[in-house]
Design a protein around this ligand. Structure first.
Ligand code: ATP
Ligand code: MG
Length: 201
């Protein structure tokens, strides 16, 4: 047997072993349940991934609802599209001011949109709920962590939830089934490129 043939044989047997392992893992994963997915970190792509999940669900004829913390009155490509496909949206009324010039107004707005989130999280007719930028409401203590945990824990068993935002609270990470940490390698903004329609919003 030539060196090349031996190499091919070794590769084939490695691939077979790998396939056996993967098949075993796939066969062992039999549970059906609503998944809590957290997409956090400082890199770009958290909200777009969350909306991508909603689009995926809607493409299967599933129902979905989106709660946008922070975004306020901003134009939003995903909202424009997904509303046309029956996705319900709750958007934080005043928008989050970031500089907390009016903390009381921010807290009231967070509370109001969270009440709608609680209704979605209690509705078995909704297959997927996206809580976009929820993490900031917890870091700023605008929402009570225990109350958020309770709503997530008591949701319908088959309902999927996606939470996005930087610096997700440790206790939400513990509650989650799947957590992705999106890292920032580089971002156009750092080179003076402003937020681009269709790419950033
Ligand atoms: P996207 O909505 O594009 O998926 P994201 O949800 O991961 O981004 P956020 O932290 O919610 O990011 O920030 C929202 C806006 O800030 C987007 O316009 C995004 O392009 C921009 N942004 C995201 N990450 C960075 C970064 N590391 N530096 C500068 N701007 C960023
Ligand atoms: Mg985002």
């Amino acid at each position: 047997m030539t060196d090349e043939q031996q190499k091919q044989l070794r590769h084939k047997s490695r691939q077979q072993r790998l396939k056996t392992e993967v098949d075993k893992a796939v066969a062992a994963a039999t549970a059906e349940k609503g998944v809590l997915l957290v997409i956090t970190g400082n890199g770009k792509g958290k909200s777009t991934a969350g909306f991508g999940n909603v689009a995926r669900a809607v493409g299967h004829g599933m129902t979905a609802a989106v709660v946008q913390f922070i975004k306020g009155g901003w134009d939003c490509g995903e909202r424009n599209l997904l509303q046309q496909h029956g996705v319900q949206f709750a958007v934080m009324a005043t928008g989050f001011t970031w500089d907390t010039q009016d903390k009381a107004a921010d807290i009231a707005a967070a509370e109001q949109v969270w009440q709608q989130a609680e209704r979605y999280l209690a509705d078995p007719a909704i297959d997927m709920v996206l809580l976009d930028e929820l993490t900031y409401m917890l870091s700023y203590h605008y929402l009570d962590l225990t109350r958020v945990e309770q709503a997530l824990l008591n949701r319908p068993p088959q309902q999927h939830v996606v939470i996005t935002g930087r610096a997700c609270h440790r206790r939400i990470i513990e509650l989650a089934d799947t957590v992705s940490d999106v890292q920032n390698v580089k971002h156009a903004f750092d080179n003076g490129i402003k937020a681009q329609r269709g790419l950033d919003w």
